[in-house]
Design a protein around this ligand. Structure first.
Ligand code: PRX
Length: 673
């Protein structure tokens, strides 16, 4: 591996933040970390004491087997205890902590004119109504409920209602196609689908109910229709004083199947006794794409997920009672599950629930929302930061961002240029940037700085969270000490780790535990520097071997985006007769920059200078747009195929804008740049 210069400047936590912090300095982090590893039972018991347990656990807090050679893989947390997630995140706050009047969510619609504040007390009432509605529709403990809703309060009501009555929610991001929705409904045999008639995403009106109907029709065609009823929310932002645009949707209605949310919710009681569940009963299923084959239904269970999301939220965002927290993710992804719904609510936090997109109705929308609600903690993705960087300083400087105290990122490695822009322009150098590494499978943050305790290095997710024991292995499964690069794995479970792939324990074990017995394999490459900081190098399949040297595409991308003309870059491997593989780079330029020979030479020089001659790209092509999934992840598989001029691109159903592919083929480099 070519290790770039390890002279990283450290960014120390601001003193103002340290004063009241939960983990005020690095020594405190080290002490707590030691306790979490040496005495996990004591550590997690203390965390659990904050929550309500109908029955206490009977055995050890964490029990597990991580070694496939010794039997089935399992993890159990708080075995023997009974509890309820919804009770802990709502009733406990309203009744025990007297937070009924506190705002749980400031809902901000796609249009800045649409907003609503929902208190904890109101949330509890709506969730109970929805629980009673689901029960009336026949949903029982253990049943699966598919949710295909936009970012509206009803999405939160429904997911919490499921947890209240012991049903298992399976949320499908409302940007997925009918085919993907059908596949997910069928895999987990959902009995009910909850959707909305439509939604505006930016300027575009999306007919959700029509997509949902198509999905149900596909399920019927495949002769395994399990959904009996469809609960439909009439999106109230489509029906305002200024007019009713819902008639544009011409929503089809099948009285035998469809149930109108507004009608039934008015008829049921605001009281609903929670169902007391075993600690290891399923909480939800969330699908994540597999490197091969169909998506995997990642299953999380009640008690461990509660403990882990609440603790990570509290420490990683250093939650304080006067905070206004905003995570820009969609609840359809794990980030929204853990850090919009469960983690914040378990802490009695006040959050912004945002339906919109970053560039509608103008490119300063994020900054406008921060000013409007005086947001103190802001959590977003590097792809959003890079997008907004392109528009320069003007849209940011129009707004007052002085309320911000902590910034967070998630989802992919953040390149230094984006990190610095985020830190300097958005955080005005006073806000630590918590770069949180985790996965759908991990349930919550596993490598992350703590804002008042951890000195930061831009681009590093720094150190493990409490209870997490990372290590780095080489190809032969040997553990590497000190400065090293290889496979990132975890030696033991933490409460929030997934329990299985729904209905497919074999796939669970073979995907995550077979390659290196005794370890959970993340699938990510990782480097540990001489100071012990962890640097995620991207997926293992994104590592490129050039003349026997392993190069991280993320590192090459970071050095390309460091150039003033480049907004975004993606690097893939292309076969090379002498070197084995070589680097093929796609670069998206900032507005008004021109792609020409001089720029290509400058970029090659830049990469050579930052990483070394071995990393010099062979190909640099202009990419006016990159193929991305709807969640904003670059589809490297497609880029690899374009680089190789493979015209048959296979399944593109998860791509946000398939039109970019043709443009990329037109700009392809035939010969080395
Ligand atoms: O490759 C890592 C990358 O995203 C993967 C997990 O994706 P997903 O399950 O969709 O969850 C995303 C949100 C938690 C990881 O295997 N990843 C996530 N966070 C980071 C990251 N890569 C680098 N740095 C991060 N902070």
């Amino acid at each position: 591996m070519v290790v770039p210069g390890s002279q990283h400047k450290l960014y120390h936590p601001p003193e103002g933040l340290q004063k009241d912090a939960h983990v005020p300095d690095f020594n405190c982090y080290l002490e707590l970390y030691k306790k979490s590893i040496e005495e996990p039972d004591v550590f997690w018991k203390e965390v659990a004491s904050d929550f309500y347990w109908k029955k206490p656990p009977t055995g050890q807090i964490l029990q597990y087997n991580f070694d496939v050679t010794k039997g089935n893989i399992y993890v159990k947390c708080m075995e023997g205890a009974t509890t309820n997630m919804c009770y802990n995140v709502l009733d406990r706050n309203v009744k025990d902590k007297n937070l009924g009047e506190r705002v749980a969510f400031y809902w901000e619609g796609n249009s800045p004119d649409h907003r609503e504040a929902i208190t904890y007390g109101q949330l509890l009432g709506q969730v109970c109504r929805c629980s009673n509605t689901l029960k009336q529709m026949g949903v029982r403990k253990g049943d699966r409920v598919a949710i295909y809703l936009p970012m509206i309060p009803e999405l939160v009501y429904t997911m919490l209602a499921c947890t209240r009555i012991g049903a298992v929610h399976s949320i499908v991001f409302a940007g997925f196609s009918a085919e993907s929705l059908c596949e997910r409904i069928m895999d987990s045999q959902c009995s009910i689908l909850v959707t909305a008639d439509g939604v505006y995403r930016g300027e575009k009106l999306i007919n959700l109910k029509q997509i949902a109907d198509e999905a149900l029709e596909k399920c019927r065609e495949k002769a395994s229709a399990t959904v009996t009823r469809c609960l439909v929310v009439k999106h109230h932002a489509l029906r305002t004083q200024d007019g009713d645009v819902s008639n544009k949707l011409q929503t089809p209605w099948d009285a035998a199947c469809d149930v109108c949310w507004e009608e039934v919710m008015g008829q049921v009681s605001e009281q609903c006794e929670p169902e007391w569940l075993d600690a290891e009963d399923p909480l939800f299923i969330l699908y994540t794409s597999g490197s091969t084959g169909k998506p995997k239904g990642v299953l999380h269970t009640v008690a461990g997920y509660l403990l882990y999301t609440s603790l990570t939220f509290k420490y990683v965002f250093d939650h304080q009672p006067d905070d206004v927290y905003w995570c820009t993710a969609d609840i359809g992804w794990i980030t929204g599950h853990s850090y919009i719904t469960y983690g914040p609510l378990a802490n009695g936090a006040t959050s912004v629930l945002f339906e919109g997109i970053p560039v509608h109705p103008h490119v300063g929308r994020f900054w406008e929302v921060i000013e409007k609600y005086r947001v103190t903690k802001f959590y977003t993705a590097p792809t959003a930061i890079r997008l907004l960087m392109k528009y320069g300083l003007d849209p940011v400087q129009k707004y007052d961002l002085s309320s911000l105290r902590i910034l967070g990122t998630v989802g992919e490695p953040i390149n230094p240029e984006a990190w610095h822009w985020y830190h300097e322009v958005i955080g005005q150098k006073r806000c630590p940037v918590v770069d949180t590494f985790w996965q759908t499978e991990t349930g919550g943050h596993v490598l992350t700085p703590l804002p008042a305790a951890t000195p930061l290095k831009p681009g590093s997710a720094t150190f493990p969270f409490f209870g997490v024991e990372p290590t780095i292995l080489n190809e032969h499964g040997e553990e590497l000490e000190g400065e090293a690069e290889g496979y990132l794995v975890f030696r033991r479970p933490w409460p929030g780790i997934m329990r299985t792939v729904y209905g497919n324990q074999e796939r669970f074990e073979s995907t995550y535990f077979k390659k290196f017995p005794g370890f959970y394999v993340t699938g990510d490459g990782c480097r540990r520097d001489k100071d012990g900081y962890y640097w995620i190098a991207g997926r293992i399949d994104d590592m490129i071997n050039v003349s026997g040297h392993l190069l991280s595409t993320a590192e090459v991308e970071a050095s390309l985006t460091d150039h003033g003309a480049v907004a975004e870059a993606a690097v893939v491997s292309r076969p090379h007769t002498v070197k084995g593989e070589c680097l093929y780079c796609f670069v998206t330029l900032k507005d008004c920059r021109e792609f020409n020979r001089t720029l290509v030479d400058e970029l090659k020089r830049q990469v050579r200078e930052k990483i070394g001659p071995i990393a010099t790209p062979d190909f640099i092509q202009n990419a006016p747009g990159l193929p991305k999934t709807r969640s904003g992840k670059i589809m490297r598989r497609v880029l690899r195929q374009i680089a190789r001029n493979e015209k048959d691109l296979g399944d593109l159903s998860t791509m946000a804008d398939p039109k970019v592919v043709e443009v990329l083929f037109n700009h392809r480099c035939e010969t080395a740049s």
